[in-house]
Ligand binder design. Structure first.
Ligand SMILES: *[C@@H]1O[C@H](CO)[C@@H](O)[C@H](O)[C@H]1NC(C)=O
Length: 315
């Protein structure tokens, strides 16, 4: 099987990279009666499960053709993580509930899966078996949301493939997420490969693929402004997001020009309201000017020459 597909690799090594729009959707809900499919879907963005409960908390949900004795107990709720583990980071997710393998929280009661989820901003990369893809955050850094090496539907990476190789859709390699996160988190670019040698083979004889969802954390900029000068923050068409800020002195090497040694020796001078003040002037704007003066911040350490240090990102 592997030889067969290696020889035709270029024919099916397509990959999909979808940059989801920023719009987020909150509080979607999905019910999956036991034995049916639990289906989650995000028209925009990627799935992030908020809560998932297996059991029964009312008598009218999933009660068709069920005897009263099976729907009477409405005090049965077990929190589970399997839906989140499998669906987080995907655009759509269909789970056969009878294959989720959760233990039985109330024997004799007919149960259902109740999952609420958000649709979040993020990117989804799909890599067919034997292929590789590059996750790319430009100037930002990668944060992995979720990853799976296996197969969860019959459609993905199925072009020109005998259908017998795509039928097992309950195929998950357990350590994919930790493996990919360890390789890629914090990097700007990261190459991922859908190879059974990198992950354990979760379903021998099935053609697998690697899904990786991730967000890009914007790069930070640092601006240092000596006392009595203006700090000018600018994000072009984007908006300023302040990460941290301090007016004071935290070392004896910054802003020392023409200063007597006694004015630059203090290294533990902090003005605790700096972040609040800078945020009020700059957060959400495309640019702003903040004077590094005692007038704006008050004086946290008299007779010390101070500077304003601001770390921000553009979002
Ligand atoms: C599903 O869970 C949500 C959130 O916990 C709850 O508000 C809702 O009533 C539940 N629905 C059913 C049918 O159990």
């Amino acid at each position: 099987m592997y030889v067969l597909f290696n020889s035709k690799m270029s024919a099916f090594c397509f990959k999909v990279l979808i940059a989801a729009p920023v719009l987020l959707v909150s509080g979607e809900n999905s019910i999956g009666c036991y034995g049916d499919i639990q289906r989650l879907q995000c028209d925009t963005g990627l799935i992030l499960v908020k809560s998932s409960v297996y059991g029964r908390t009312d008598s009218h949900t999933c009660n068709v053709n069920r005897p009263a004795s099976q729907v009477a107990n409405t005090n049965c709720a077990m929190r589970i993580s399997t839906v989140a583990d499998r669906c987080n980071g995907l655009r759509e997710c269909e789970l056969k509930t009878d294959l989720l393998g959760n233990s039985d929280p109330c024997y004799g009661t007919y149960k259902y899966y109740n999952t609420t989820y958000d649709c979040i901003d993020g990117r989804l990369s799909v890599t067919c078996e034997f292929c590789s893809s590059t996750l790319d955050c430009g100037e930002g850094t990668i944060q992995i949301i979720n990853a799976n090496y296996g197969r969860a539907n019959t459609r993905t990476c199925s072009h020109g493939v005998p259908s017998s190789l795509t039928q097992d859709t309950n195929c998950y390699a357990p350590h994919t997420f930790t493996n990919v996160a360890a390789r890629c988190n914090g990097q700007r670019r990261c190459i991922v490969q859908a190879l059974f040698t990198l992950f354990t083979d979760p379903c021998y004889g099935t053609l697998k693929y690697l899904t990786v969802s991730y967000t890009c954390i914007p790069p930070t900029r640092e601006i240092v402004t000596c006392e009595d000068n203006n700090a000018e923050l600018s994000c072009g068409v984007q908006n300023i997001k302040i990460i941290s800020a301090n007016y004071g002195r935290t070392d004896s090497t910054t802003c020392t020009t023409e200063q007597p040694a006694g004015h630059v020796s203090k290294a533990n001078c902090y003005m605790s309201d700096t972040l609040k003040i800078v945020k009020a002037r700059c957060e959400g704007k495309s640019s702003c000017v903040v004077p590094a003066t005692n007038n704006v911040f008050s004086d946290p350490c008299p007779y010390t020459s101070k500077f304003l240090k601001v770390v921000y990102s553009c979002v």
